[in-house]
Design a protein around this ligand. Structure first.
Ligand code: CP
Ligand code: NVA
Length: 308
């Protein structure tokens, strides 16, 4: 049975904690090494990952490619538009064929139902590299960054500002698994997925929805935002106007815990959802967060391939 990583719950809280620990250890063990030199144990030697992209990506494609190299394996990139998927070959048949040739599949797509279908028909692990619904790999990297900065996950106070999007949904899932508090500050009509909220609360996370940005960040140790308009969303003037009160700027950061850190999965729209001052300021951990995509991806790959 292939171990798919369509959401954080596929792994569970204990495994996510183990992924973070493994990432910290592997990152430290290769500190200062040339970036493409394999880790000493090269645990995925001889393995290949296929990556399917139906949406743009910089971090996800580079981090998975480099993760495979550092684990001793290799990766190949399939731009969906230049494959037969782009001409209508079914997800199911694509899954069957790729399963005969590669050891794992990572896909970035729009409709979450597509990744579920791919996972259903694939005989190798399928990893979610972002769908319209969720972005779990990003959150493993985010949690790694939080832990690296000395914060404990259980009981953590985290604030999310702006659109209740795919990244927000996975962060809410993490709140349930790792038992922390997430306060979502955003406008009516742009709330996160109700199912993610309900499941996280049932799992023991505290999820608070508010339209008051200051209430969301009060006491927060981690302040997180993302683009106001995600890939594939229509956007428009009304959408962007509704987001304005949730911009993360110095005044809003001052309302959080004085030691709060700032996270953004990137790409950022500077001076829209976050000001330059915050992005480039002392509380920002966004470059560590971006680098940690690589270290987190390695743990996800190792788990999916039964080596963690
Ligand atoms: N954060 C993230 O997933 O970035 P990319 O879209 O560049 O992959
Ligand atoms: N929410 C953003 C994340 C990009 C990495 C999007 O889906 O476009």
């Amino acid at each position: 049975m292939a171990k798919d990583f369509l959401g954080l719950s596929d792994a569970g809280g204990d495994v996510v904690a183990a992924m973070i620990n493994d990432a910290i250890d592997r990152k430290a063990a290769r500190h200062g090494w040339p970036k493409a030199r394999p880790d000493a144990d090269a645990p995925l030697a001889g393995h290949v990952l296929a990556m399917i992209f139906e949406k743009n990506s910089t971090r996800t494609r580079v981090s998975f490619d480099m993760a495979m190299r550092q684990l001793g394996g290799s990766a190949l990139i399939l731009e969906a538009g230049s494959t037969q998927i782009g001409r209508g070959e079914s997800i199911a048949d694509t899954a069957r064929v790729l399963s005969r040739m590669v050891d794992a599949i990572m896909i970035r797509t729009d409709d979450h139902a597509k990744i579920e279908e791919l996972a259903h028909y694939a005989e190798v692990p399928v990893i979610n590299g972002l769908t319209d619904l969720s972005h779990p790999c990003q959150i493993v990297a985010d949690l790694l960054t939080v832990v690296e900065r000395g914060f404990a996950l259980p009981g953590l106070q985290l604030a999310w500002l702006g659109d209740g999007n795919n990244v927000a949904n996975s962060l809410i899932e993490a709140a349930g698994l790792m038992k922390f508090t997430i306060r979502i500050g955003g406008p009516a009509g742009y709330e996160p997925d109700a199912g993610f909220v309900a499941r996280a609360r049932a799992a023991g996370g505290e999820v608070i929805l508010t339209q008051d940005a200051r209430q969301a960040v009060a006491g927060a140790q981690v302040v997180v935002t993302d683009t106001w308009v995600s890939m594939g969303q229509a956007g428009g003037d009304a959408h962007v106007a509704a987001m304005q009160p949730y911009q993360v700027n110095s005044a809003l950061m001052a309302a959080a815990d004085p030691a709060a850190m700032f996270l953004h999965c990137l790409p950022a729209h500077r001076n829209e959802e976050v000001t330059d001052e915050v992005m480039d300021g002392p509380q920002s951990a966004v470059w560590d967060e971006a680098e940690n995509r690589l270290h987190a991806q390695k743990s996800v790959l190792l788990w999916a391939l039964g080596k963690l």
